[in-house]
Ligand binder design. Structure first.
Ligand SMILES: Nc1nc2c(c(=O)[nH]1)N[C@H]1C(S)=C(S)[C@@H](COP(=O)(O)O)O[C@H]1N2
Ligand SMILES: [Mo]
Length: 223
């Protein structure tokens, strides 16, 4: 208890969002961190920028492969977002730069009945989203975090950022975007995580009995 009191005191002295703002912005069951935890399965992939590609395929008029240089040609935007991980950490005001998913769409023309997207990422990661979740102003194929290129552990050279959903939907090291007529489950969605993943509705798991220790993220790597 004493520890908790100390923590709360320290929190109220922290420069940052006011308690009121926190109440509105912090989804239920989450706690704020100023650090940036690193979570993924498998080894951090290595790439040469010259040979890195992003393949767009499935229900599109024409399959396309983008190079890193191609993505840099698309409009560059900055967005400031709050992010929320299902392991219960949230981080406010994260600053990203990259290409809006929506602006990439203008370059690929998905077919009319392509309502769903599977994001393919290294190493062997997939996550699924309805296309509508990807159309927002702050949904980016991001190459910068906090004014600098992504670090390898946070997804260099390109990661997806979908801030309105739990962060497992924000795939790091993305390599493919597959448009689909019907929804299909990605890696975590297939392993007991919720298909929709809205943090304000606490859509964490698809089965009530799924066990995730509340402090799991505190033991992970940070930078
Ligand atoms: N390719 C890939 N992307 C991934 C993951 C992964 O295992 N592989 N983990 C996801 C999960 S569960 C989270 S919480 C975030 C963590 O991103 P961060 O390490 O930059 O905080 O990445 C997501 N993107
Ligand atoms: Mo996560």
């Amino acid at each position: 208890m004493e520890d908790k009191a100390k923590r709360l005191k320290a929190a109220s002295r922290r420069i940052g969002p006011s308690a009121h703002e926190e109440g509105d912005r912090l989804p239920p069951g989450q706690s704020l961190t100023d650090r940036f935890p690193i979570l993924h399965i498998g080894e951090v992939p290595r790439y040469e920028l010259d040979t890195w590609t992003l393949r767009v395929f499935g229900e599109v008029e024409e399959e396309q492969t983008f190079t890193y240089a191609d993505l840099l040609q698309l409009p560059r935007v900055q967005s400031v977002s709050d992010i929320h991980c299902v392991t219960r950490w949230s981080k406010f005001d994260t600053v990203w730069e990259g290409v809006r998913f929506r602006d990439l769409l203008a370059a690929v023309s998905p077919k009319k009945d392509a309502g769903y997207v599977m994001i393919h990422a290294d190493p062997d990661y997939e996550t699924n989203l309805p296309l509508t979740e990807l159309m927002g102003d702050d949904v980016l194929l991001a190459y910068h975090y906090d004014g600098k290129p992504l670090t390898p552990k946070h997804g260099w050279p390109i990661r997806l950022v979908v801030p309105q959903l739990y962060f497992w939907k924000s795939a790091k090291w993305i390599r493919g975007i597959e448009f689909m007529k019907e929804d299909r489950q990605g890696f975590w969605e297939n392993h007991g995580f919720h298909n929709e993943a809205d943090p304000f509705k606490e859509e964490r798991f698809s089965e009530e009995e799924y066990e995730m220790p509340e402090d799991e993220w505190k033991y992970c790597d940070y930078d």
